[in-house]
Every structure is written in structure tokens, then in C-alpha cells.
Design a protein around this ligand. Structure first.
Ligand SMILES: Cc1cc2nc3c(=O)[nH]c(=O)nc-3n(C[C@H](O)[C@H](O)[C@H](O)COP(=O)(O)OP(=O)(O)OC[C@H]3O[C@@H](n4cnc5c(N)ncnc54)[C@H](O)[C@@H]3O)c2cc1C
Length: 394
């Protein structure tokens, strides 16, 4: 296993860094997707699209960059360093790969360009009330009538559906067989009559997730991916993509830097907080765990560079990565102390004066928001089940 970067890799890093410094708009740096909204996300997507760097993971023939796994890793580090805004992962990382892998030529022509350019915003219609961890239990029903399906049901936790032009949905097309064998994968235009989006306001006061109701929604059969009742295969393929790069090492390293800088500014007992033995120990433990995660991630990268597809080893990366993200927000709250109390500050539609130093802004909403990371993308308990079965053979 070789974990060092080659001369070519370092030259690539310099090129990426120079591009990001020059091109990433200052008002988008470090901003969350909810702050920049659809407009800000589109602005950044377009810049990357024009450069040809919007889809590092896609094959070159469909508009990807053709980068090696190491180059993608460097890209993640450099984008985290500068704090580029997130892109619409539901299109680029999830349904895009499903379409170019299992879609018809017509579907590729129709949907891939809009995903790459950012013109079409996608959302994910997997979860339902009663079907989350037990995803194969989806009950949203699609009944075939001629060359259409009539879809009825409810999706929930649908992230940023309020911006979406399209939703990819798991629907039940055969209720009389083993549950995994009666599911189909449909691409649905959000403007179709019968679709209603209702906001769910999260703990941090933000509008990030929604309920999506589908009532007699008419979907052309040509919008189905692959075969009828084979949707579970495409759904699992998509989840593999959702969980890749889930460790989030580069972003956590950036947050750790910020935490240390806050702890240098905040005082405890007349001395900088960073010198408090108890706080110092917690930061050191976190840093050691993050370093260990980084090496585990690099080991996975080294395997990927040899062409090995991601397997159950992504589960420990997801668990550890999300636990570290949560611990970082907990320690940041501890460091900023009472400045974390007025936790909903700034953002669209708010004009309250800020209280406390700039670095304290968003600490509490970020803390509350980050509770989600151990739930979405397959809960950490489910990841432990995967490790037990697939890695330990229990
Ligand atoms: C912020 C956020 C955004 C999301 N965005 C989307 C989205 O855009 N699209 C989408 O489709 N979904 C989305 N989800 C849904 C997410 O995938 C589900 O919440 C997740 O899969 C868990 O399902 P559930 O909420 O139904 O919980 P449940 O499955 O009911 O689980 C409840 C608890 O029981 C535990 N549990 C369940 N089964 C087992 C088991 N077999 N063994 C051990 N423990 C178990 C779970 O770990 C959890 O702690 C989002 C969720 C959140 C929080």
C-alpha cells in the first residue's frame, strides 16, 4: 500500500487550488446549501460545468473528469479547504450513475445534460412513513394503465424537494410477491398534477426536508428505469454511490482547524481554552480518531485505485465519519459556550443583530442539524448490522 502523493498528484493539487482560489465566489465559500439556495448552488455548478469538473466520479464518456481515485481525494481536500458549496448530490451522485448505468439511450440523452449543468434539480423519493431502514417495505403504489403508471402514496424526509424539478421514486408495482421483487424505479416530473410538497421544519429551524404526497400521478412508462419489478437492484446500486465518500474526512479536518482556532480565542479561567487540560484532551482524542479514519479512508482509496469496487468496508467509514462530525459540533458548542444559546441567527428572512463573535454563528444550528448524519444514508445501527453480517460473518 502506497499512501504518499506522487509529483503528478502534487502538480494536480496546485492546479486545483489555483482554480478554486480564482473561481469560487467569495459569497458562496463556507455557506450551507440552505443559505445559498437553488440559485447559489446553480451558480457554482455552472462554473464547474464550464470547466468540465462538475462530475469527478462519472466516466469520461458521460461528462466525467476521468480523474484517478487519488485525484478525487485531492479534489475533496481542496474543495473542503476553501469551503466550496455542496452540489445537488441527488442528481450527480445518485440518479446520474443509475441513469448512465441502467437507463436507455433516450433516458441518457434526456436527463444527463440537465444533471451536469445543474438545470434540473433532483430529489430522492425512497423513504416513506414505515419504510426507512426497512426500505424494501415501500408502499407507494404504481398501477399500470396502458402506457402510464398511476402513482399513489407518500414519501418523507425528501431533502430539498422544494427546489426539485424531478424526483426518483421507489414504487410498488407488484404487491403479491416477496417485497424486494415487486418494486420499480420511476423518474417523476415534479410538475405533474397530483404532487404536493409539505415542509418539515428541522430542529435547527431550517427547511431542509419535506413530505411529498402523490395522488393519482400519471407517469409515462418510458420514465421507468430498467425492468418492471427489478427496481430493488437499481436502488441498491444507488445506495452504494450514496455511501461512497461518506467518511467526510476533508470537511472534518477543516472543522477541526476551526475548532482549534475558536479554542485559542475563547478564554477559560483567564487562559485560552485550548490550554485547558480537559478541553485539550478532548481535542487530542478527536484528532487521533480523525487521523485513524483518514488512514482507513486512504487504505480504501488505495484499493479503489487498483479497481476494487466499494464493499461493506464503507460501513465503518460511515459510522466513524459521522460520529466524528457530531463530536466536532459538540466540542464547538462547548467552546463557544453561551454564544451558542441564540441559536437561530442570520439566514434568509431574519434581521436580528448577531450576538457574539463571528465564529459562534451557526454553532448551535450546525450542532442540531448534524444529528442527522448518523440517521441518513442508512442509520449507523444498520451499518453495524452490515459489518456483523458481511465483514465478521456473524
Ligand atoms: C435530514 C434527513 C434527510 C433525509 N433525506 C432523505 C431523502 O432525501 N430521501 C429519502 O428517501 N430519505 C431521506 N432520509 C430518510 C433516511 O434515509 C431515513 O430516516 C433512514 O433510513 C432511517 O429510517 P427511518 O427514519 O424510517 O427510521 P427507522 O427505520 O424507523 O429506524 C428507527 C430507529 O431504529 C433503528 N433500527 C431500525 N431497524 C433496525 C435494525 N434492523 N437493527 C437495528 N436497529 C434498527 C434505526 O437505526 C433507528 O435508530 C433523510 C433522513 C434525514 C434525517
Amino acid at each position: 500500500m502506497d499512501l504518499s502523493f506522487s509529483k503528478e498528484d502534487e502538480a494536480f493539487r496546485a492546479e486545483v487550488r489555483a482554480f478554486l482560489e480564482a473561481e469560487c465566489p467569495s459569497d458562496l465559500r463556507g455557506a450551507r446549501i440552505y443559505d445559498v439556495g437553488r440559485e447559489g448552488t446553480l451558480r457554482w455548478t455552472q462554473i464547474l460545468y464550464k470547466k468540465g469538473w462538475v462530475a469527478p466520479s462519472w466516466p469520461k464518456e458521460y461528462g466525467g473528469t476521468g480523474w484517478s481515485p487519488t485525484q478525487k481525494y485531492i479534489w475533496d481536500e481542496e474543495t473542503a479547504r476553501i469551503g466550496t458549496p455542496a452540489l445537488n448530490g441527488f442528481g450527480l451522485n445518485m440518479v446520474g450513475p443509475v441513469i448512465y448505468t441502467f437507463g436507455t439511450d433516450e433516458q441518457k440523452k434526456r436527463y444527463l445534460p440537465g444533471i451536469l449543468s445543474g438545470a434540473n434539480w433532483w430529489c430522492q423519493g425512497y423513504s416513506e412513513p414505515g419504510a426507512g431502514s426497512d426500505l424494501a417495505g415501500v408502499r407507494t403504489r404504481a398501477v399500470r394503465e396502458g402506457d402510464h403508471y398511476i402513482v399513489n402514496g407518500q414519501k418523507t424526509w425528501t431533502t430539498l424537494a422544494q427546489y426539485a424539478d424531478m424526483i426518483f421514486c421507489l414504487v410498488r408495482t407488484d404487491p403479491n410477491v416477496k417485497k424486494q421483487e415487486g418494486i420499480s424505479f420511476l423518474l417523476i416530473d415534479m410538475k405533474t398534477p397530483g404532487i404536493a410538497v409539505r415542509p418539515i421544519i428541522t430542529l435547527d429551524g431550517g427547511h431542509e426536508v419535506n413530505d411529498v404526497f402523490l395522488e393519482n400521478v400519471k407517469v409515462p412508462v418510458e420514465n421507468r428505469i430498467g425492468e418492471e419489478n427489478k427496481g430493488w437492484t437499481y436502488a441498491k446500486f444507488l445506495l452504494g454511490h450514496e455511501r461512497s465518500n461518506i467518511a467526510g474526512v476533508a470537511r472534518s479536518k477543516k472543522s477541526l482547524e476551526k475548532l482549534k482556532s475558536i479554542a485559542r480565542s475563547e478564554m477559560a479561567g483567564g487562559r485560552p481554552l485550548i490550554e485547558s487540560p480537559d478541553f485539550k484532551r478532548k481535542v487530542a482524542e478527536l484528532e487521533i480518531d480523525l487521523l485513524a479514519l483518514e488512514f482507513t479512508d486512504l487504505r480504501a482509496l488505495s484499493e479503489a485505485a487498483k479497481g476494487k469496487p466499494p464493499g461493506p468496508e464503507t460501513s465503518p467509514l460511515k459510522i466513524r465519519g459521522t460520529e466524528i462530525q457530531q463530536r466536532l459540533t459538540e466540542l464547538t458548542m462547548e467552546a463557544v459556550g453561551y454564544y451558542a444559546n441564540p441559536f437561530i441567527k442570520g439566514g434568509p428572512g431574519r434581521n436580528e443583530p448577531e450576538i457574539g463573535p463571528d465564529y459562534a454563528i451557526h454553532s448551535a444550528p450546525t450542532y442540531f442539524n448534524t444529528r442527522k448524519t448518523s440517521i441518513y444514508g442508512g442509520t449507523n445501527e444498520i451499518q453495524r448490522n452490515i459489518i456483523a453480517k458481511m465483514v465478521l460473518g456473524l
